[in-house]
Design a binder for this molecule. Structure first.
Ligand code: COA
Length: 704
């Protein structure tokens, strides 16, 4: 398949369905190619025309004699003609085809779309679309689209699955003063998907931020490693709609039914370090800030304000968005006391008070930029008599030009007409000026998220499974037995055997046929046991008086044996009794669920959350794409509401988190080695105090 570079940096392009009629899409595309200043070769194709906008027109691609190979063909003819138009492309070894035409799978014409893909792949052609408005790449001066001719140029690349939203975003970015490095719509995504585009954009120097709108993920397994790689180089922001639970409905396990597509998607965003905004406005604010702000060298933020109220509001917002305030008070005093009146404050927020004009901020910003332990600066101001519109504009512009490239600096000014007018002017100059602290700090929080992710990502890639012993041959034997039996699930004793071979501790349990055997097993278990009647004829064991708890010594065991046998015979005289199960009694403590699942889209996934019988009501779970990193697994644990309980609350000591992570690593290894396993679910996993281990009380295993 052709290198994706040709799509972004084509040397030549032909437009099949080019037109000279101004109301036609085939004309608009030609006009945009021309006005965009594209310097490569342009070949309009139309059987009835001689010339369009000064370009010579060809009746057919094969008539173009001056060239043997063309990088891109744009097809803008009605749907019934598209396949034939595509069939002319191999004559000039076209690498990429942009199918503008609508009327394919989006209206149910799946076969027509598949025919395009089949033909294209037979001829080494890749298809973008169909159902797209064309694409724009700033550095190649190419606007092969019928979108706006006036696309703001800059460093944000936009990938959009929705044409209409993509087109609207071009307008929105213009309004917000965000420049674009590329716009590539995906349309019906019949061939090229976001992964193909990210592969190019991650190494494109002219793109600082990748902004994606997506409705669905087609090949999640391919996307995950790519996103991990890309976010180490530049921020990726994904707006994703469709938070529906579809796909989870037919699931055969808790893990399946809890893994509604959006929960998995959100966990993957967390794991890969992608930014996921709530809405388009937030997405654009983040994109603009992340694309134009230097990366901080640490996480200490300083707030400079002239009003206590906004300072407190900002401190609240910092807490909400995970922004850390610098709190070395001695150092703050030393650095800022000279610029703050006696009745002000040199604690963070620095309060310069209303007695200081905008010039007072200048000194503080300068001191903060020089301070080695302050990494980001937030300037807040409330309008007062000393604030002059012109001074506000010129001072902030000057200060920002001097220092804005050294450390992240943001500005929020509240006030009336003149403050708003100054703020709008500064915003138009690309200065990070906001009308509310929450907007500013939400952007700053995302910047620190990227910083943090890039600092510690490597720890999430480590392989901590080395040295973990698992009896793989024993597991293979069990699975072979299940497959020979044509079953898709493991019986209780098989699941127990698999857990044992995997080194995951389950309560010990044996079936005794005689009281002597029972005593032998009791000694072997070595702790309090439960006794249960074993008979296929007695389903409701408790009703039959066939269960005894808290057996702590041999005498109690012998008494219980007699009582259970007596009760069982009385309850069902005909029942065939196999014996009595002697089972280690589990003291219930904190209960978790651990899942391992082969997702049809995202591949092997791990799950952790609150367990027990209420899992589906609590819905307190987090996911990870299969990983062998303890740090990454620990992060998954932290995403659940159960986590604070694991740390210890209300006088209870901390729980054995290391043992939970160990069990999850073992599940991850089983998923990796045994591709035939589709689901592993341990529920409940009882978690004891730190260093006291965990017990898998029940395990369900499904195979394909
Ligand atoms: N090779 C080259 N040119 C051909 C051709 C061929 N095999 N067959 C026809 N043409 C020419 C036509 O003669 C016409 O040129 P003309 O204006 O000089 O007569 C031109 O191609 C376009 O064909 P036409 O039949 O006029 O179609 P159209 O312009 O009305 O519509 C589409 C074509 C692709 C725009 C339309 O089918 C469509 O899909 N529109 C929706 C596009 C869209 O919204 N995409 C998604 C955006 S998010």
């Amino acid at each position: 398949m052709s290198e994706i570079k040709s799509l972004f940096e084509p040397q030549s392009i032909c437009v099949i369905g080019a037109s000279d009629k101004k109301n036609k899409i085939g004309y608009k595309i030609m006009e945009n190619i021309k006005s965009g200043g594209y310097l490569g070769k342009v070949y309009p194709i139309n059987p009835n025309l001689e010339e369009i906008l000064g370009y010579k027109v060809y009746k057919n691609i094969s008539d173009i004699n001056e060239i043997d190979e063309i990088d891109i063909a744009v097809i803008a003819v009605p749907e019934p003609l598209v396949l034939n138009a595509l069939k002319t492309c191999p004559s000039k070894k076209i690498k990429y085809v942009l199918v503008i035409t609508s009327g394919f799978s989006e209206i149910g014409k799946n076969k027509e779309e598949k025919d395009l893909v089949d033909f294209a792949h037979q001829h080494n052609i890749r298809i973008l679309g169909p159902n797209i408005f064309g694409h724009f790449v700033n550095k190649s001066n190419i606007n092969a689209s019928f979108a706006s001719s006036n696309i703001p140029k800059g460093n944000v690349a936009l990938i959009s699955q929705s044409g209409a939203l993509g087109s609207a975003l071009i307008g929105e970015t213009g309004e917000e003063n965000i420049g674009l490095s590329a716009i590539v719509p995906l349309g019906n995504k019949c061939d090229i998907d976001e992964s193909d585009l990210i592969e190019y954009l991650q190494n494109d120097d002219s793109t600082k931020v990748i902004l994606i709108y997506m409705e669905g993920v087609k090949n999640g397994e391919k996307l995950i490693p790519l996103l991990k790689e890309t976010t180490m180089k530049k921020p990726v922001i994904i707006i994703k709609s469709g938070r529906s639970k579809k796909g989870a409905q037919a699931a055969a396990s808790h893990t399946g039914s809890l893994s509604g597509s959006d929960e998995i998607f959100q966990s993957i965003m967390n794991q890969t370090g992608v930014h996921r905004p709530e809405n388009v406005v937030q997405a654009l604010q983040w994109a603009k800030f992340l694309a134009n702000t230097p990366m901080p060298k640490g996480e200490n933020t300083l707030i400079i304000t002239n009003g206590g109220g906004v300072g407190v509001m900002a401190a609240d917002a910092c807490e909400k968005y995970g922004v850390q305030l610098y709190d070395n008070y001695r150092s703050l005093e030393e650095a800022f006391a000279p610029y703050v009146p006696e009745f002000g404050s040199v604690k963070n927020p620095i309060d310069v008070t209303g007695s200081v004009g905008i010039e007072g901020y200048e000194k503080c910003i300068e001191a903060a930029v020089k301070h080695p332990d302050i990494h980001a600066i937030l300037c807040l101001g409330c309008e007062h008599a000393l604030f002059q519109e012109e001074a506000l504009k010129s001072t902030i512009e000057k200060v920002h030009n001097l220092y804005g490239h050294i450390k992240p600096i943001q500005y929020v000014f509240y006030g009336g007409k003149s403050v708003k007018s100054a703020a709008r002017y500064l915003k138009s100059k690309g200065i990070p000026m906001y009308f509310d602290v929450y907007d500013a700090i939400s952007c700053l929080g995302e910047l620190f998220r990227t910083y943090r992710h890039q600092q510690i990502r490597h720890t999430f890639e480590s392989d901590d499974s080395v040295g973990i012993e698992i009896n793989y041959p024993a597991i293979s034997d069990i699975l072979r037995g299940v497959q020979n039996d044509h079953r898709q699930f493991l019986l209780a004793n098989e699941s127990r055997g698999l857990m044992e071979a995997a080194g995951i501790s389950m309560p010990k349990s044996f079936v005794a046929k005689t009281v002597d055997e029972a005593i032998h097993y009791f000694k072997k278990i070595g702790t309090t046991v439960v006794m249960k009647i074993v008979s296929k004829d007695i389903v409701h064991k408790s009703d039959a008086g066939g269960v005894r708890l808290n057996i702590e010594n041999e005498q109690e065991l012998m008494n219980a044996w007699e009582v259970i046998m007596l009760n069982a015979r009385k309850y069902s005289p005909q029942a065939v009794i196999r014996g009595i199960e002697i089972c280690e009694q589990i003291n219930l403590d904190t209960e978790a669920i651990i899942g391992g699942r082969r997702d049809s889209n995202y591949g092997p996934m791990l799950m952790f959350g609150s367990g027990g019988i209420y899992v589906e009501i609590l819905k307190d779970v987090a996911f990870r794409s299969n990983t062998f990193s303890k740090a990454e697994i620990h992060n998954m644990l932290k995403e659940t509401k159960l986590y604070p309980l694991l740390l210890g609350v209300r006088g209870m000591g901390p729980k054995d988190i290391d043992s939970i992570i160990d069990v999850i690593l073992r599940v991850a290894l089983i998923l990796k080695h045994f591709k035939q396993i589709s689901d592993i679910e341990i529920n409940p996993l009882v978690i004891y105090e730190k260093n006291s281990g965990v017990k898998a009380v029940d395990a369900r295993i499904l195979i394909k």
